[in-house]
Design a binder for this molecule. Structure first.
Ligand code: FPP
Length: 256
C-alpha cells in the first residue's frame, strides 16, 4: 500500500527550512509483530526492537524542535492479546526503564505516563513513578507514554471526576474536561502519526486529536527513523490548518 497521507502534495516543493514544526506529535507505533515475522523471529523480538526505535525517535523529534511526543505503548484493548505477549510487553517495559532511563534523563527527556495505572503490577507502577520523578525537571522534550490507555477511557474518567466532584452541569465545558484528561499538561497534538500501514486512530487520544493532522505510513515501527520523521514533519509543514475556520484572504469584505 502506498503512503496515501500526502500523495497529493508529493510534487510540491520542500517546506522552507525552519518552517512549521509541530509542538506535539502523537504516535501509534504499529508493525512490530510483522517486522519480526518478516525476519522469522517471534513477535517479542519486534517489540524489543520497537523500544530501541522509540528511544532513537525521541532524540530525533527533540532535535527537530518537537516539544511533546505521546506514544501509544499499550492500549486498553491490548489485554486481549495472548497472555504471553501481554506479560512479555509488561516485562519489556521494566527492562526498558532500567536500560534507558539514565540515558533519557541525561538527554533532557521528561517522562510522563498516561493511562489507567490501577491494572498494572506494583513493580511497574513504581518503575513509572521513579521514571517520572527522576525526569521531572527536564525540559528538552516531554515523552508521554500511553500505557493501558484508551481515548474512551480518558473521556469517561474525566466525566466521572466531574460527577464525583458534584460539578453542576452548566459548569462542565470543554476546558474543564480537557483539564481533567490524561494529557492536561500538554497542548493538543498537532500531528498524529501511525506507522504500519493501517489508517485508523484505534481509540488513541480521541478528544485531543480532534484537529490533529493525520499522517499514515506503511513503514513498520522498528524501521521508523530520521528519514521517516523528516518525511512526516515535511508533510505537516505543507498542511493548511484552519480549525474549522476559513483563510482571512477568503473572507469577502462587506461592501460599504
Ligand atoms: C504494535 O505492534 C505495537 C504494540 C502493541 C506495542 C508497542 C510497544 C512498544 C514499541 C514498546 C514500548 C515500550 C516502552 C518502554 C514505552 P503490533 O504488535 O500490533 O504489530 P503488528 O501489527 O505487526 O502485529
Amino acid at each position: 500500500m502506498a503512503d496515501l497521507s500526502d500523495a497529493h502534495s508529493a510534487a510540491l516543493p520542500a517546506p522552507p527550512s525552519g518552517g512549521c514544526v509541530p509542538r506535539h506529535v502523537a504516535l501509534v507505533m504499529d508493525g512490530n509483530g510483522r517486522w519480526a515475522k518478516q525476519r522469522f523471529m517471534p513477535r517479542f523480538f519486534g517489540h524489543k526492537q520497537g523500544v530501541d526505535a522509540l528511544v532513537r525517535a525521541v532524540d530525533a523529534f527533540a532535535d527537530r524542535g518537537v516539544q511533546y511526543l505521546t506514544v501509544f505503548a499499550f492500549s486498553s484493548e491490548n489485554w486481549k492479546r495472548p497472555s504471553e505477549e501481554v506479560s512479555g510487553l509488561m516485562g519489556l517495559v521494566l527492562v526498558a526503564v532500567s536500560k534507558y532511563l539514565t540515558k533519557l534523563a541525561g538527554d533532557g527527556v521528561r517522562i510522563r505516563i498516561v493511562g489507567d495505572r490501577s491494572a498494572v503490577s506494583d513493580k511497574l507502577r513504581s518503575a513509572w513513578e521513579h521514571a517520572e520523578e527522576m525526569t521531572r525537571e527536564n525540559t528538552r522534550i516531554t515523552l508521554a507514554v500511553a500505557f493501558n490507555y484508551g481515548g474512551r477511557w480518558d473521556i469517561l474518567q474525566a466525566c466521572r471526576k466531574a460527577l464525583s466532584e458534584g460539578l453542576p452541569a452548566q459548569a462542565l465545558d470543554e476546558a474543564w474536561l480537557a483539564q481533567h484528561m490524561a494529557l492536561s499538561f500538554a497542548p493538543d497534538p498537532d500531528l498524529f502519526i501511525r506507522t504500519g500501514g493501517e489508517m485508523r486512530i484505534s481509540n488513541f487520544l480521541l478528544w485531543q486529536a480532534a484537529y490533529s493532522e493525520l499522517f499514515f505510513t506503511d513503514c513498520l515501527w522498528p524501521d521508523f527513523g530520521p528519514a521517516q520523521i523528516d518525511a512526516a514533519l515535511a508533510a505537516y509543514a505543507r498542511r493548511d490548518r484552519r480549525f474549522g475556520a476559513i483563510h482571512p484572504n477568503q473572507v469577502v469584505p462587506e461592501s460599504t
